[in-house]
Design a protein around this ligand. Structure first.
Ligand code: FAD
Length: 579
């Protein structure tokens, strides 16, 4: 029997992992991998850090070279070669090589791993010099070259997703003054607003100016200087602009060949990663996947799913029945000193899909508080209100975030409930964790809510100024109260509450809050047992203050926000730039 001949379009995450797996399963197959760019298997995820100088050597980005890949896997690797057409009838692809000559190659199986392309909004001036998108090594080289030649002082990042935030941090690291413009009212749209607000404050703390809820309307360049005009009319001076407004699946080849695409715009595949043509598979950012929580079609461009899908396509080509079971969007991003991580659905998605849920906010320590460098993290967990199944988690904090999100992502994938989280036995010693790990704490607190031991009121359900039939009690210390509190609340520290019960009305609902929720829980248990109708304000003062600064008496984070905007616009850009 003739060896099977597999052609792969795209030589990075999905394509290269598919090629390597194919070879491991079939030593005789003819495997050819086409890559339009000059590099295969490069570290897309490392590009911002090379631009920032954190990764010092460019060569570190090139995880594999075509020579090494061919040597190890005997995969014919054709770089600077673009596949331009699929001839499904004759099972051939047409491609243009580095010399510009067009040729054809036959296949038994074809794997499409063309990735996604950065969205370039059709705005006036979007193609001006000094405006960049970032997807691959050549894009990176262009940005680094521009930065080195022009020594920019100001950069505007358009888009507050993870690539935008990574670029903000890395350009700041190079000494550039950075502003982030985001059309939505928050950065990191995969997170809920009260969590994103923690990032806003942290960006401001690191001198990154933000324009939220405002979109770019045009770019101009006068006398070698760029300016970015927003829909609000604000005009931002810039020496360079990074467009990071998202990506869209690259489906051109698939669509031209008549392969089905889904409602989200990605290539439609079955659980074996097979397209509507049984000889053609597709993987990675280009495909539509099933959202693990909602069961709905989704496009979730991440490296982990791409490589796993590449492997699954290879398995199936080689006759193994392996299936892809959906994407849950587990992701983590570094934002200066914080890590922000998510898995599963956010609240917006659950509301949209009509999935019944409860939520908790907790702020446990990354490890035992008495051991050095222990930091609080903010955890938001969403779970089904009927059976307690975990639906989504968001965590932000300086340390220990990666470990907790991965445990919770695993629990979510396994279909575990919050009751199961109470039972998890996790590694503990003071430098690494706590005897009650944050993961267990999610289980304890969420179970309390479901069992009715703790009535929770969400920070966004509290209608201020407080309603006549409710009283808001701040159970923190007097000192904490003096530094800032919710407008209209009264202060009764938790340790005094037993002696001061007569200050609280029994005919009104009592909403207790503390910094993060634990002391308020203790207060609620006391009050409930004494006949009060008490609920705990989930997320506590931290979440509330973050989202309702105007209703928080004390420091207003918006002052810093306005100050940074003003500073960004009032200081000059550098000298005129090279075109
Ligand atoms: P890609 O890796 O993009 O590979 C597709 C390749 O196909 C491209 O090189 C392209 O040139 C080639 N190609 C396209 N069409 C053709 C054609 N017709 N002929 C020949 N070749 C073609 N994900 C994470 O999970 N974590 C992160 O921290 C993270 N950080 C990122 C940072 C940046 C700056 C970027 C750009 C992406 C990041 N990602 C991250 C996303 C991750 O890189 C992608 O999800 C992943 O690379 C997708 O793999 P893929 O194989 O589908 O596409």
């Amino acid at each position: 029997m003739a060896p099977r001949r597999v052609l792969i379009v795209g030589g990075v995450a999905g394509g290269a992992s598919c090629a390597a797996r194919l070879r491991r399963l079939d030593e005789d197959a003819d495997i050819v991998m086409f890559e339009r760019g000059p590099h295969i298997s490069f570290a897309n995820c490392g590009l911002p850090y090379y631009i920032g100088g954190v990764i010092e050597k460019r060569s570190k980005l090139l995880v594999q070279t075509p020579e090494r890949f061919e040597g190890r896997f005997r995969v014919e690797t054709r770089t600077e070669t673009e596949v331009t057409r699929i001839d499904r009838e004759n099972r051939e692809v047409e491609f243009r090589g580095p010399d510009g000559v067009t040729s054809r190659e036959p296949y038994d199986y074809l794997v499409l791993a063309p990735g996604a392309e950065p969205i370039k909004p059709p705005l006036p001036g979007v193609d001006l010099p000094g405006i960049f998108t970032l997807r691959n090594v050549p894009d990176t080289d262009r940005i680094v070259d521009y930065v080195e030649k022009n020594a920019p002082q100001k950069a505007v990042i358009v888009g507050g997703g993870y690539i935008g935030l990574e670029m903000a941090e890395n350009l700041h690291h190079r000494g550039v003054e950075v502003a982030v413009v985001e059309m939505l009212p928050q950065v990191m749209s995969v997170m809920d607003p009260e969590m994103a607000q923690i990032l806003h404050e942290h960006l401001h703390h690191n001198e990154i100016a933000t324009w939220l809820g405002d979109a770019v309307s045009r770019f101009d360049r006068e006398n070698g200087r760029l300016s970015v005009t927003l829909e609000s009319g604000d005009r931002l001076p810039a020496d360079m602009v990074i467009l990071a407004v998202g990506v869209k699946p690259d489906v051109r080849l698939a669509r031209d060949a008549g392969l089905k695409t889904g409602e989200t715009g990605g290539i439609k595949v079955d659980e074996h990663m097979r397209t509507s043509d049984e000889r053609i598979f597709a993987v990675g950012d280009a495909v539509e996947v099933t959202d693990l929580v909602t069961g709905k079609p989704a496009v979730i461009p991440l490296a982990g799913p791409a490589t796993r899908q590449g492997r699954i396509a290879a398995d199936n080509i080689c006759g193994r029945d392996s299936t892809y079971k959906g994407t849950q969007g587990t992701a983590i991003v570094k934002v200066f000193e914080l890590a922000a991580a998510t898995t599963g659905a956010n609240e917006r998605t659950l509301k949209r899909e009509g999935i019944p849920y409860d939520e908790i906010h907790i702020h446990p320590a990354s490890h035992a508080g008495y051991y050095p460098h222990s930091f609080q993290m903010a955890v938001k967990a969403l779970f089904r209100s009927d059976d307690g199944r975990l639906l989504g988690v968001q965590i932000i904090g300086p340390s220990g975030v990666d470990k907790r999100i991965d445990v919770l992502a695993t629990a979510l994938r396994a279909g575990m409930t919050v009751f199961d989280l109470e039972d998890l036995e996790l590694a503990y010693a003071p430098p690494y964790g706590a005897a009650k790990d944050p993961v267990n704490m999610v289980g304890f607190v969420a179970s309390n809510v479901l069992k009715g031991d703790m009535k929770a009121r969400q920070w966004d359900e509290i209608d201020l100024p407080k309603e006549a039939d409710e009283v808001l009690v701040d159970v923190r210390t007097r000192r904490e109260w003096d530094r800032g509190h919710v407008e209209g609340a009264v202060n009764i520290p938790v340790d005094e509450i037993r002696e001061r019960l007569d200050e609280l009305p029994k005919d009104k609902a009592v909403i207790a809050y503390c910094a993060v929720g634990f002391r308020a829980y203790v207060a609620c248990r006391i009050l409930t047992q004494k006949g009060f109708d008490c609920s705990n304000m989930s997320g506590g003062w931290r979440s509330f203050r973050a989202v309702y600064p105007e209703k928080a008496v004390g420091a207003d984070p918006r002052d810093m926000f306005a100050e940074l905007q003003e500073k960004f616009c009032s200081t000059p850009t550098s000298e005129a730039h090279e075109e």
